[in-house]
Design a protein around this ligand. Structure first.
Ligand code: PEP
Length: 252
């Protein structure tokens, strides 16, 4: 069955010292798991330091975005080769903060996804609707558009390295979590869509994470849903105790 993936997005937090301390503390909460993986996405400046801190463990280190080119005149970007050189093996792409604050479009996000995959990174594609879109009945259309466009041109054999994170924008950093029923509905829809776009077995193997105010108090019920295969965690990932409890969820 699918191994779950518990991912911490540190956003624009941590200096080198904070990052190494946090990574060390997180490691203490990570025995060798048979059924789950842990991923940390620190800022670019500390990817190498975090990768060094967790080396020898099974923790996956990720960037928070990635360019599609290996190198060149792309001021402010990070290439997949640079992520790998720093010790990373994954990239978060299309986070709602990139879409909303930096106007990243589905076309740009698609280039990033394909670039990550072409250089053998795991690509965590984030999708999710705003509150207005949800309230006007547009949620499923929005998810379908973001996924169809985000994965355009991705080959079925590359899908083993794609993870989708469903992150309703209204739940990110707001303390409001989607109910387990709301999250499950969106995840089931996404899996069905992937099976239409690719094949049933691609959909069955693909991990779909939930993100949006995941906390120690709600992780167990979310993880008990059949189509929720992990969590993408922002705020609570900056506290090793909280993230440790999230990683060590128990399905109830
Ligand atoms: C995120 O950054 O992807 C996120 C879900 O943040 P938070 O957990 O703080 O809502």
């Amino acid at each position: 069955m699918r191994k779950s993936l518990m991912a911490g997005n540190w956003k624009m937090h941590t200096t080198r010292e904070d990052a190494c301390r946090l990574a060390e503390e997180v490691m203490k909460h990570c025995p060798t798991f048979a059924d789950r993986e842990v991923l940390l996405a620190p800022p670019y400046t500390v990817i190498a330091a975090v990768a060094e801190t967790v080396s020898g463990s099974d923790i996956i280190v990720s960037s928070q975005n990635v360019c599609w080119e290996e190198q060149g005149a792309f001021t402010g970007e990070i290439s997949p080769v640079m992520v790998k050189d720093a010790g990373g093996s994954a990239a978060i792409i299309g986070h709602s903060e990139r879409r909303q604050l930096f106007f990243e479009t589905d076309t740009l996000i698609n280039q990033r996804v394909k670039g990550a995959l072409d250089f053998d990174l795991m690509a965590l594609l984030c999708v999710g609707e705003t509150l207005t879109e949800r309230e006007s009945g547009q949620m499923l259309n929005v998810l379908e558009t973001q996924i169809r466009n985000g994965l355009a041109g991705v080959r079925a054999e590359q899908m083993a390295r794609v993870v989708i994170a469903y992150e309703p924008v209204w739940a990110i950093g707001t303390g409001k979590t989607a109910s387990k029923e709301q999250a499950q509905e969106a995840h089931a829809f996404i899996r069905e869509l992937i099976s239409k776009l690719f094949e049933k077995n691609v959909a069955e193997q693909m991990r779909i994470l939930y993100g949006g105010s995941v906390k120690p108090t709600n992780v167990d019920e979310l993880m008990a849903q059949p189509d929720i295969d992990g969590a993408l965690v922002g705020g609570a990932a900056l506290d090793a105790e909280s993230f440790g409890r999230i990683i060590n969820y128990q399905k109830n």
